[in-house]
Design a binder for this molecule. Sequence first.
Ligand SMILES: [Zn+2]
Length: 444
Amino acid sequence: MSDRAHKIMLPKERAARPTSSRARAAEGIVIRDAEQVVTLSPDRGRPLRGAEMRELGIQTDASVLIAGGRIQRVGRYEDLMRGRSEREYEVIDAAGKIVMPGFVDPHTHLVFAGQRASELSWKVEGASYLEIAERGGGIQRTVRETRAASESELIHQAGGRLDQMLLNGTTTIEAKSGYGLTTVDEIKMLTAAKNLDKRHPVDIVRTFLGAHAFPEEYAEDRDGYISLLEEEMIPAAAKAGLAEFCDVFCEEGYFTPEESIRILEKGQTFGLKSKIHADEFTSSGGARVAAEVGAITADHLLRTSEEDMVRMAESGVVAVLLPAVPLLSMEERFANARRMIEMEIPVAIASDLNPNCWVTSMQTVISLACYKMRMTPEEAIAASTINAAYALGRGGKIGSLDVGKVADVLVLDIPDYLHIPYKFDGNCVETVIKNGEIIHKRES
Ligand SMILES: [Zn+2]
């Protein structure tokens, strides 16, 4: 954390708070006497599946001891503090409140320029995705604006959104490129994400998504763009250490399953793990591709066939479901989370924050997972913490309050975790601890 300028992107009144220096002077932090500590323990070394997703490892009237940036102990306050002096710790009183791991948002398009608010009126009129594109909207508009923006403009705009995510309790996110679609602009997006990560408390895991769409200048030369991806863009992103994952938009009119396999396997030869946008508009075969190439996740999955779900279950692909997307796209259909959980596919949920789906709160995503996909509150919480961490290859490090894990911890001003989805529009997050430091505390 030493290279991070804490709170630089946060509102100034918070940056001025002295909590950070006090925490540094102390031995650590103790969060005491919470109504519930939702631990998500024990970490099984893999994401939760099936009925396991309802086991949140809750301890009541419990406390959490944090030191050295790590979770040291969870249990009764008296037990935790035996042989320790309270004066040496920063004590947070959590009576009547809940404590849980920070949310992990494993699918976002955080970095982009501009906004597309005007498209809402077109959506209300019934315009299709294609019609919106024909009116100069859609992804190509964002591509034009992102190409025109400098790296520092991208950092500034993305940083504001990242602040909102943090205030809503998200402590780690994934962020994709994919609005540049030239080597220079894709590298610019990934570099912006990397530099924002250095300056902001929230951790950003980077994904190369040059195969998000075919850029306008390659509309008639699909092979030419795929060659560019394979020969120039993937090597450039990987060699510069700018990405950890490679992702493809596998949909009709975008990248075919065959093209997706080529691109993802090329990424793998450069050490990039695979993710895929699958089965959003049609049953595109993307989930099948995920199983075939050994992808960590397949995302969206609104129209995945039973057969392809079986393949996902067999190969251990994590399903990343994005319930805000159909809602904000005025689509009736949602991913069949119930069937996936029944088949023991590990399920994670994410915001898919992008110009067409401006959602920064995982609390909202948890609500939507319950109300629109009939996930239980327990399943939705597991899907936004431990399973989301595994969706980013970080399950051993974050996503639960197991002893030794990074202390990314929230205090929520609610007496029961059920209130997270129940209170549909609120922000229950009172305190955010990242890497063992208090980085946000809401004044009551
Ligand atoms: Zn996406």
